[in-house]
Each structure stands twice: as structure tokens, then as C-alpha cells.
Design a protein around this ligand. Structure first.
Ligand code: OGA
Ligand code: NI
Length: 342
């Protein structure tokens, strides 16, 4: 892919207030501080339609907040395995630490720490469609590093704000009122994940994360300067590396938006390559709906010519099924929105 040209970032040539700074063969780079809201909305719409992925700069998240979280993640993952496993997730506590050695997922070369953004998070308690009992997800905060809890929570607040802003821009880009998605996001089941990819002696034998799509609404990812994330380009199916840009965020449309838009904005496959010498950190925020949200194509975006391509499903059941599949073999394969295609 073409490298992002830094000169481009400082001196955008073609429009008085451009928000779309660079695209070429790489994923779009959008300046969120662009004062021309119509241009911004257009560019976000274009990026969602053509790519399903874009990077943003001048997004308003203080670099210091992010830096502190990156430091805390590094301290945590460099603790001993025994120490980290004190906050290990299991079938009852679905959030916390795991290393791939101890789950059925032995393919990915990484360690993870998950925490919920809302404390506690209201989630579905049972896979049974008729059982409306609610579970309360609790976070498992480690004793070390001692500042971890506060730093994680402070950062998550920034993600919530940025997520709201992006959802407004996406709604407007579809010709909908800015607040159209609010009703689905009142009690969000959003989570944050600290990803740690240790150096891998045989990088050609494995991936950091195999090809996948994110199941929720939207993902806001901070990656460090090592690189390794690749996106499957919609136009030709080529894997394109997402070049690290300091302090930028990578945004990707996830499955729920694909369903809401009846396929107009598709969630896109991505994967992570490993590195033989360098460790890598990345921090995604997974913006998710309320557990009781019934996900289905929006009425405004469907009609007789464009009938709904997906059957309605309950987000909470879907999310629980995905979480449980980390620990046990369920009677069905890992559930995907594909299963709700009409
Ligand atoms: C993920 C993911 C990308 C990365 O955690 O879902 O796609 O760069 N991560 O770590
Ligand atoms: Ni992902």
C-alpha cells in the first residue's frame, strides 16, 4: 500500500476545509476537527461505504490518557503468568485476563485483558430465547499495577464520548437524525480489550489474530507503532496493512451496523500479523448495544425494493453465545450475523 504522506496531513490541498486527508490505496484518514460538518459527514459515509474502515486524527482524546493506558497495559502484561492468572476469566466471570494456552483458541498468538465499560454491565443471563433473566458483569481488577483500575476507567470515558460522536456522524451520513441510534445504546454492553502480542519466533506459522469481523456496532482501536493490523479491501479482496499514525484511532464498522443498514455499510474482515522481534500492544473499544436490543434492519433503510436481508436477533443472546463459546463447545458453530440472513 502507499504510505501516508505526512506532508499531506499538514497541507491538505483540494478543499478549503477538507476532512478526508488521504486515501489512495490505503484506508481513508479523516480529520475530525474539520469545521465543515457536511464535508465530514460525506467523508465518513464514503469511508463506511467503500471501506468499512478509516483512521481519525484530531479526535479530541487527550494523548496523555492514552499514553497512561498504554503504560499500564505494558506493566500488566509483563507481570508473571501466575500474577496475571489471578484475574483469569472463566465461564462465570467472562471478563478479565486470558492467554490462548488456556482456552480452546490455540491459534492466536496473544494475551488479552477485557473489561466492561459500564460497571456493572447488564447482560443476558441465559441463552434461552424466552428467559429474560439479567446477569451483572463485574470487572476483575488486578492488584497490580495499582493504578490499573483508575487509568482503564478514565480512558473508557473518552471512548464513550468519541463513540457517541462517531455514531452521530454515521447516522447523518445515512440521512438519519444524528440521535437515531441512541435508543439502542442506553445501557451499552461495550467492552475494552488490552491486546498484547509477544514477539513470535515463527511468525510465518501463526497470526496474532486470525481473520474475523467484530460482532458489535463499532470498534475504536488504538494501535502502537509496531503495525501488523491488516484489512481486507472491499474493492479487490487484497489484505492492506493499516499504517500506524501516532495518536490516530482506527475505526471499523462492525456487524450490527451492517444489519441496521441492511448491508449498505458492511463490516470488514481484518487480521493481525505477528512480529518476530517486537512485542505489540493494541487497545480496541467495542461499542455494543443494550442487551435487550433487537437488532434488525432500520425501517427507514428498507422498503419493497430493498427488503430486510436479516432476521431480527436479540443482541444479549448473541453476545452471550459468543462469550460462552470461548469456554465450552456449544452445539452450534460460533454464531455470526450470517446466520440471520434471510
Ligand atoms: C480485535 C482486533 C486488531 C489489533 O481485537 O478484534 O481486531 O490490531 N484487533 O489488535
Ligand atoms: Ni477485530
Amino acid at each position: 500500500m502507499a504510505d501516508v504522506d505526512v506532508a499531506f496531513i499538514q497541507e491538505p490541498p483540494h478543499r478549503p476545509n477538507p476532512s478526508l486527508i488521504q486515501e489512495a490505496q490505503g484506508i481513508p484518514l479523516i480529520d475530525l476537527s474539520c469545521p465543515d460538518v457536511d464535508a465530514l459527514v460525506d467523508d465518513v459515509g464514503h469511508a463506511c461505504r467503500q471501506w468499512g474502515f478509516f483512521q481519525i486524527i484530531n479526535h479530541g482524546v487527550p494523548p496523555d490518557r492514552r499514553h497512561k493506558l498504554e503504560e499500564v497495559a505494558s506493566k500488566f502484561f509483563h507481570l508473571s503468568l501466575d500474577e496475571k492468572r489471578k484475574v483469569r476469566r472463566d465461564v462465570r466471570k467472562v471478563l478479565g485476563y486470558y492467554d490462548t494456552e488456556h482456552t480452546k483458541n490455540v491459534r492466536d498468538w496473544k494475551e488479552v485483558y477485557d473489561y466492561a465499560v459500564q460497571e456493572p454491565t447488564l447482560a443476558a443471563a441465559s441463552l434461552d430465547e424466552d428467559d429474560d433473566r439479567v446477569a451483572h458483569w463485574e470487572n476483575q481488577w488486578p492488584e497490580n499495577p495499582p493504578e490499573m483500575r483508575e487509568v482503564c476507567q478514565e480512558y473508557a470515558k473518552e471512548m464513550v464520548e468519541l463513540g457517541k460522536r462517531l455514531m452521530e456522524l454515521i447516522a447523518m451520513s445515512l440521512g438519519l437524525p444524528a440521535g437515531r441510534f441512541e435508543e439502542f445504546l442506553k445501557d451499552p454492553t461495550s467492552t475494552m480489550r488490552l491486546n498484547y502480542y509477544p514477539p513470535c519466533p515463527s511468525p510465518h506459522l501463526t497470526l496474532g489474530v486470525g481473520r474475523h469481523k467484530d460482532p458489535g456496532v463499532l470498534t475504536i482501536l488504538a494501535q502502537d507503532d509496531v503495525g501488523g493490523l491488516e484489512v481486507k479491501r472491499k474493492s479487490d479482496g487484497q489484505w492492506v496493512a493499516v499504517k500506524p499514525i501516532p495518536n490516530a484511532y482506527i475505526i471499523n464498522v462492525a456487524d450490527v451496523i451492517q444489519v441496521w443498514t441492511n448491508g449498505e455499510y458492511e463490516s470488514v474482515e481484518h487480521r493481525v500479523m505477528v512480529n518476530s522481534t517486537k512485542e505489540r500492544f493494541s487497545i480496541p473499544y467495542f461499542l455494543n448495544p443494550s442487551h435487550y436490543t433487537v437488532v434488525k434492519p432500520l425501517e427507514e433503510l428498507t422498503d419493497e425494493q430493498n427488503p430486510a436481508k436479516y432476521r431480527p436477533y436479540k443482541w444479549g443472546k448473541f453476545q452471550l453465545r459468543r462469550k460462552l463459546s470461548n469456554f465450552m463447545k456449544l452445539d452450534t458453530e460460533n454464531i455470526q450475523i450470517q446466520h440471520f440472513k434471510v
